[in-house]
Design a protein around this ligand. Structure first.
Ligand SMILES: [Ca+2]
Ligand SMILES: [Ca+2]
Ligand SMILES: [Ca+2]
Ligand SMILES: [Ca+2]
Length: 619
């Protein structure tokens, strides 16, 4: 049984680290200065030879730089610190609410990580709503924050050409024209937008030419190459049929209007746009078998069901069964959610599927699914049993009880303590801003949840043990991870409905070793979306991650992959195997830990830089 096998392998893994830790403790006692110095060696000889190719990747510094800091390795408890203000982020989401309580006002917006200028530092795009027609008091737009490499950001929205008013929902980042610069799709009520990255810090709105304006009520979107022609296609989930004119009256107290749940509205079909390669897209929703007007979709996660590189779509539906669209590898999809066991809860009831993510959290090499749901529904954790079957492990894993009283939108796997086991962050906040009137135990603003993966299929609620920022209530919607300070550990950014965004810095996560990597496709799509990367440590522990878009809620995390390698040990290396979407397999033997490497398809490591554990920012 796969559960048992993975349990024992993780136990072996944990035992190994205990042994390593014990040895290391002895070693540190003898030679403390040695072990404290960050590793500086580059990965392989290939890193040196290929690094001299000037045009390998625009903007990426080609040669490993000297270690920027000789500061000792961080230690102490891991905390998340709210650094929003000190980072210069002043984004405030506007839901346009003026008293009518239109449905979209409570759905919030997403946040995407994009390195739009290829300088190796992740930038942040916040999606925004706007005032409703006839109730206009101010102008609000999405916001692009450029990473200044010193712990701060600059709002570059205007010069980037992104100061476009729209009722924005989600975003998806992908290089649809394979020109080396990531482009942006923003889903919006009343017309979505495709922004082409011009490569000079500016974006051009190419929506009309591309034919992806969409219509209706779009939600999360993903870029992926469903037909393996090397060009990214676009899948856009849709929520319900809604307009201001058809907005329904719902009430909690029998008198005052409240935000409705989606039962009162008809669903709306998702859409698939095939990239024709000439800057235009074709709506192939029906041709691909994806037309489904019963769904009320919010989240999308890409899933490599058979580990064959062909990406399927897992789509969460609010009060409707979730859908798992299996990629038939011939341009069509077949819906298998019910047979796979991911459509309903154990009682046969459809839950309020919001955000979702897919990851190998149990060391099985297969992607399991996490889903954010309504209050009293708990998170879902559909463990992939293999053979197309999933089993909800939310209760035995320990996720169900702490998440039962909250309403989760954004949810994602990330290894915040870099021990090699993917952990879970859940961004919460109720949909009814008046919920505490009738149900005093429930609140509109709720603290997020952080679960640490203990191995053996168990998670531990760390929310109260990682500092005050994680205990602060917010009406969280979109949420993602990124390493904004390039210190090797994963930080969190949250878009708060009708409120100020939050950037939560991970402190001391990088006391463990890690390996970070960016993949660049040549035959495959340039972002390498769909690439499967297996990292094997010297002890034989295996970790598998996929390069992906979408996931969480209306949002997208950074493209680079981060593998936690556990407690520091001198000379630590890991073997890396990459299965590119083109089918090419590539192996990188004995890559040194604590580096950020860039791998070009077919060329191996083209650049490598050591991780700076204590960047010398003003803190
Ligand atoms: Ca591009
Ligand atoms: Ca394609
Ligand atoms: Ca972990
Ligand atoms: Ca970090």
């Amino acid at each position: 049984m796969p559960v048992r096998r993975s349990n024992s392998s993780w136990i072996r893994f944990s035992r190994h680290w205990l042994a390593v830790a014990a040895l290391l403790a002895l070693e540190i006692a003898g030679c403390k200065s040695n072990s404290a110095a960050p590793k500086t060696e580059t990965a392989t000889p290939a890193a040196h030879s290929a690094a001299t190719e000037p045009s390998a990747q625009p903007g990426i510094s080609s040669a490993p730089t000297a270690v920027a800091s000789a500061a000792p390795r961080p230690s102490g408890p891991i905390t998340f610190t709210d650094v929003t203000a000190q980072a210069g982020i002043h984004f405030r989401h506007n839901n346009g609410g003026f008293g009518k309580k239109y449905l979209p006002e409570t759905m919030g917006s997403g946040v995407c990580v994009i390195d739009y200028d290829n300088d190796g530092w992740p930038d942040i795009l916040f999606v925004n709503g706007t005032d409703w027609p006839g109730h206009k008091t101010r102008r609000t737009t999405p916001a692009l924050y450029h990473n200044n490499h010193d712990g701060t950001f600059t709002d570059v929205t205007k010069q980037a050409g992104l100061d476009v008013e729209m009722y924005g929902m989600g975003c998806a980042v992908g290089d649809y024209d394979n020109d080396g610069y990531d482009d942006i799709y923003i889903t919006a009520i009343g017309g979505s937008h495709l922004f082409h990255n011009q490569g000079n810090g500016r974006f051009a709105d190419v929506t009309a030419k591309a034919g992806v304006a969409d219509s209706g009520f779009p939600a999360s979107a993903v870029w992926f190459d469903y037909d393996h022609d090397g060009r990214l296609d676009l899948f856009v989930a849709h929520y319900v049929e809604w307009s201001a004119a058809t907005d329904q009256f719902c009430t909690l107290d029998g008198t005052h209007k409240s935000y409705c749940t989606p039962e009162r509205y008809k669903g709306e079909s998702a859409r698939l746009y095939r990239n024709l390669g000439n800057g235009r897209f074709e709506d192939v929703t029906k041709k691909a078998g994806l037309y489904d007007p019963t769904s009320k979709s919010l989240g999308v996660a890409l899933v490599d069901l058979d580990q064959d590189g062909w990406l399927s779509l897992f789509v969460t539906n609010d009060t409707q069964p979730n859908k798992l669209w299996k990629n038939n590898r011939n341009g069509t999809f077949t819906e298998i959610g019910f047979a796979a066991g991911v459509a309903y809860n154990d009682a046969g009831k459809a839950r309020a599927g919001m955000g979702t993510d897919a990851a190998d959290y149990d060391g099985s090499g297969r992607q399991s699914l996490a889903i954010g749901n309504f209050t009293n529904e708990s998170l879902s954790l559909y463990q992939n049993q293999g053979g197309g079957l999933f089993l909800d492990q939310a209760i035995p894993s320990g996720l169900a009880e702490p998440s039962a009283r909250v309403l989760t939108f954004g949810v994602f796997f990330f290894d915040y303590d870099l021990d090699g086991l993917p952990d879970i962050f859940a961004a919460n906040g109720h949909v009814a801003d008046d919920i505490s009137v009738l149900q005093p135990s429930l609140h509109y603003a709720e603290p997020p949840l952080l679960f640490r993966n203990r191995g053996g299929g168990k998670f531990e609620n760390m929310s109260d043990r990682v500092g005050p920022a994680m205990r602060e209530a917010m009406v969280a919607r979109g949420a993602t991870y990124l390493d904004y300070d390039n210190d090797g550990d994963l930080d969190i950014v949250v878009n708060v409905n009708n409120g100020p965004a939050r950037l939560l810095r991970n402190d001391n996560g990088n006391q463990n070793d890690m390996l970070r990597m960016k993949l660049v496709g040549t035959k495959s799509n340039r972002d390498a979306i769909g690439a499967r990367v297996t990292v094997t440590t010297a002890s034989g522990a295996k970790m598998v991650q996929w390069v992906k878009t979408g996931s969480s809620y209306l949002s997208q995390s950074e493209f680079p992959l981060t593998f936690g390698l556990g407690k520091p040990a001198p000379g630590k290396t890991a073997d890396v195997e990459i299965a590119w979407p083109s089918g090419r397999k590539e192996s990188l033997g004995r890559v040194a830990a604590n580096q950020f490497i860039t791998v070009d398809e077919g060329k191996g490591i083209v650049s490598a830089r050591p991780i700076d554990f204590s960047p010398n920012f003003e803190r």
